[in-house]
Every structure is written in structure tokens, then in C-alpha cells.
Design a protein around this ligand. Structure first.
Ligand SMILES: Cc1ncc(COP(=O)(O)O)c(C=O)c1O
Length: 440
């Protein structure tokens, strides 16, 4: 499907107004100006229809304006919009009970609700320091954890996120994220690349840079998002868990992007058979209403009254949206993510055989990355081609986002049907074919 020339006149006018009054720091992808959406489809202000492969950066888990989520929001809005976290209300309690039920550890879970992913990460950092009485942390290259001062210190996917903002938080050291497609560390015989990474942390960081007794936590995305939709090798998390337990270091997994059913399980960490001590959630947790959570083992969330709080935490509308979202994920969409995701992964692997620019296809559920290279041998990232595929896709009616150096992420609503996936993959391949002809 070809769109009328984009952006259309109404979109162009809106973008002009936007540029006059909105912070220029926002990294806008391409000139899409939203009018409305339904399920996995969206329309711009000029009436152009698009299929959505990015779900508002992996947020719109139940699709745009799912009637059950809209109803829950409307009903709660009629009752009260806000009461503040100084008081109590039922949806907040019900949501925390549900998070306790689905938390990826056997111990009881306590939750601290936030307004965003970065605030959930900030909460985890503070709690880790408070609980362990230690100061330092280990994060990973390529990570994205948010943009507030603590979280952005761990973020290491683009130097731009740090430039101009120093000094950042003290006491954070980064290890290379275990990317088996582009290894930077040496592997010993019998080790998988994840185990080699944990050995590096023990030998190079804990022995040579910071002693374990000063390390409060290791913060890591269960599947790296912004860094390129990277799945760590199977040996990584079990070895990391062992290392953390040995030294009394908290294992904190960031599930802001990978959690809430996206990978076919509630949390991506469940694919690796390991229990973290703490996790952060946001994005898909409430279908687009602002909400996040830091979920911790009860024995870890031991801070005293008044030590940490916020005004909007447990906002009643966000909690209502989240409860409806979680019910839909539980009854329908987590299974759908698994099935449609496996179908898409297979189709993309077939596509890889027809397109030399696809270096790797990887994913779990509806968290799929397609990495483009100039040459499969050298694996040189094909950044220009990646950007062109995204742009041509947009022109033909498909919303996509890139990540890493040259990866397109496929993170549609978890409700996407197989026929919609077929339509999207067809548009994706058309865009790729044109971009390859232009650039390869
Ligand atoms: C893994 C991860 N953590 C944290 C964040 C920050 O979330 P927010 O933008 O809601 O602050 C993001 C956002 O992309 C993310 O992908």
C-alpha cells in the first residue's frame, strides 16, 4: 500500500507547531502524527492508515484503545482521578497483589509503583543501596535503563545520553553485554559466551576494579532492548545468579521492555530459569497509561516509612488500566505473543535466506530483532540500509523502529493477529528489497 506523499498537509502543519514549543531533545523517528488507533492499526491526521510493528516503543501491549482497558479507565475516572500515595485505594492494592502473584521468584513480592520506567530503575538503585548498605553497581554496555540521573548512568547505548550531563552517579562500572553475534571477550573451552562474560565480571571487575563487598547490585536487562534486541546465551543468567549469591550482590533485572508477556512469558528472565532479587517494569504494564513498578523480594524491600515515595505512585487510572491489561495478557495475549511471535521468527528466518543484508534474526515471542550487515562475513553494521528500510516502510504504511547499530525491532501489540503479521512482514520485505537495490 502506498500512502499519499508523507507527511500530509495536516501532519506537516502540526510538526511545524510542535517544533516551535516542544523540547528539541526528543529523538523523533519519522513524521508520523497520530490521529487514532485500533488494535494494531493507526491512522495519521491526514487519514493515512499504518500497521504498527512498534506499539509505541513496546508499550501498547493490548493494542490501541482495547475496549476493556478503555472501560476500566472510564469507570475509574468517574469515581476519582487521584488521591496521592499518602492514602489507600483498592485498585492499587489489587495490582500489587497481582504483581506478587506473577513475580518471578518464590518469595513474596512487594511493589513500589512509579510513573515511568526510569523511575522504577531509580527506585531499584536506591533500594539496593539502602538494603545492602553498599554503594557500587555493575551495569552493561549497550544497556538502556532510562534518562534520570541514576538510571542514565547505567544507560550505555549511545554516548549522547551522557554527553553534557557529567558528573553522573558515582560507583557504576559497565561490563560488556553478552552478545553472542558480536563477542568481544575470549571464551574458554567448555564455556558459553554468557559464562565467559560472568567470568570477566569476577576476574576483571570484582578482582581488579571494585571489591564485591562494596557492590550493591548488578542491573541488567533480561533481553537487551534499545541495545539491539539481544538475547544472552543460556549460561549467562545462571552464572550471574551464582556470582551474585556468592557475594551478597542483588540481581536486579530490568523488564521494562521485555516483561509483561512480550516474550510469551510474564518476564523474559523466566526463559533462563533464574530468580532475580528485584525487577523493574513499565511500558506494557498499563497499555500506555503512565505506570511503572519496582518489584522486590519482601526481604529486600525493607526500607522504613518515609524513606522513599512519590505523589502519583499507584495512580488510580493507571492501576485500573493495568489490571485490565494484565487480565487480557493472562487470558489471551501472552499465548498470542508466543504463537504469532514464533510464526514471525520463522518467516523472518526464511526471509534471511532471500536477503544477504540480514545478518541475524533473533527473538522470543513478540520481541524480535533483525540485524542488518553490509557483509555477512565481516558483519559490518548496515546502518544506512536499516534507516532506509524504516523510512520506506513508513512510506508504504508500516511503523517500525530501529535499535542497536543496525537492527529493526519488531515489537507490535501482543494482540497482533497472524494475518496482520503477514501483512506487516510483506511490507517489511518490500521495503527491504527496495533499500537493498538502492544501497547494496
Ligand atoms: C529496558 C528499559 N528500561 C528503562 C526504560 C525507561 O523507561 P521510561 O522511558 O518509561 O522512563 C526503557 C525505555 O525504553 C527501557 O527500554
Amino acid at each position: 500500500m502506498t500512502q499519499s506523499s508523507l507527511p500530509g498537509p495536516k501532519a506537516r502543519a502540526m510538526i511545524e507547531r510542535d517544533h516551535k514549543v516542544i523540547s528539541p531533545s526528543y529523538p523523533r523517528g519519522y513524521p508520523f502524527v497520530m490521529d487514532h488507533g485500533k488494535g494494531s492499526e493507526v491512522w495519521d491526521v491526514d487519514g493515512n492508515r499504518f500497521l504498527d510493528f512498534m506499539g509505541g516503543i513496546a508499550v501498547v501491549s493490548t493494542g490501541y484503545s482495547h475496549p476493556k482497558v478503555v472501560k476500566a479507565v472510564q469507570e475509574q475516572a468517574e469515581k476519582f482521578l487521584h488521591i496521592s500515595s499518602d492514602f489507600y485505594h483498592e485498585n492499587w492494592v489489587r495490582l500489587a497483589e497481582k504483581l506478587d502473584e506473577i513475580a518471578p521468584f518464590k518469595e513474596d513480592a512487594l511493589s513500589f509503583m512509579t510513573n515511568s520506567g526510569t523511575e522504577a530503575v531509580e527506585t531499584a538503585i536506591k533500594l539496593a543501596r539502602y538494603h545492602t548498605k553498599r554503594t557500587n553497581f555493575i551495569g552493561f554496555t549497550g544497556a538502556f535503563h532510562g534518562r534520570t540521573m541514576g538510571a542514565v548512568t547505567f544507560t550505555a547505548s549511545k554516548a549522547k545520553y551522557h554527553g553534557g550531563f557529567y558528573p553522573l552517579m558515582n560507583g557504576v562500572t559497565h561490563a560488556p553485554f553478552p552478545n553472542p553475534y558480536r563477542p568481544v571477550l575470549e571464551r574458554r573451552k567448555g564455556e558459553d559466551y554468557g559464562e565467559a562474560t560472568v567470568r570477566y565480571i569476577e576476574e576483571e571487575i570484582l578482582n581488579q576494579i571494585m571489591p564485591p563487598k562494596d557492590v550493591a547490585g548488578i542491573l541488567v536487562e533480561s533481553i537487551q532492548g534499545e541495545g539491539g534486541y539481544l538475547i544472552p546465551p543460556d549460561g549467562f543468567f545462571p552464572a550471574l545468579r551464582k556470582l551474585c549469591s556468592k557475594h551478597g550482590i542483588l540481581l536486579i533485572v530490568d523488564e521494562v521492555q521485555s516483561g509483561m508477556g512480550r516474550t510469551g512469558k510474564w518476564w523474559a528472565i523466566e526463559h533462563f530459569g533464574v530468580e532475580p532479587d528485584m525487577l523493574t517494569s513499565a511500558k506494557g504494564i498499563a497499555s500506555g497509561l503512565p505506570l511503572g513498578a519496582c518489584i522486590a523480594r519482601k526481604s529486600v524491600m525493607d526500607w522504613e516509612i518515609g524513606t522513599h515515595g512519590n505523589t502519583y505512585g499507584g495512580n488510580p487510572i493507571s492501576c485500573a488500566a493495568s489490571l485490565a491489561t494484565i487480565e487480557l495478557i493472562e487470558t489471551e495475549f501472552m499465548k498470542n505473543a508466543e504463537v504469532v511471535g514464533a510464526y514471525a521468527l520463522e518467516a523472518l528466518k526464511e526471509m534471511q535466506m532471500r536477503h544477504p543484508s540480514i545478518g541475524e534474526v533473533r527473538g522470543k515471542g513478540l520481541m524480535i530483532g533483525v540485524e542488518f550487515v553490509k557483509d555477512r562475513e565481516t558483519k559490518e553494521p548496515a546502518k544506512e540500509l536499516t534507516d532506509r528500510v524504516v523510512d520506506i516502510g513508513f512510506e508504504r504504511g508500516l511503523l517500525m523502529l530501529s535499535c542497536g547499530k543496525s537492527v529493526i525491532r519488531i515489537a507490535p501489540p501482543l494482540s497482533m493477529s497472524r494475518s496482520e503479521m503477514d501483512e506487516g512482514l510483506k511490507l517489511f520485505e518490500e521495503a527491504l528489497t527496495i533499500a537493498e537495490k538502492e544501497l547494496m
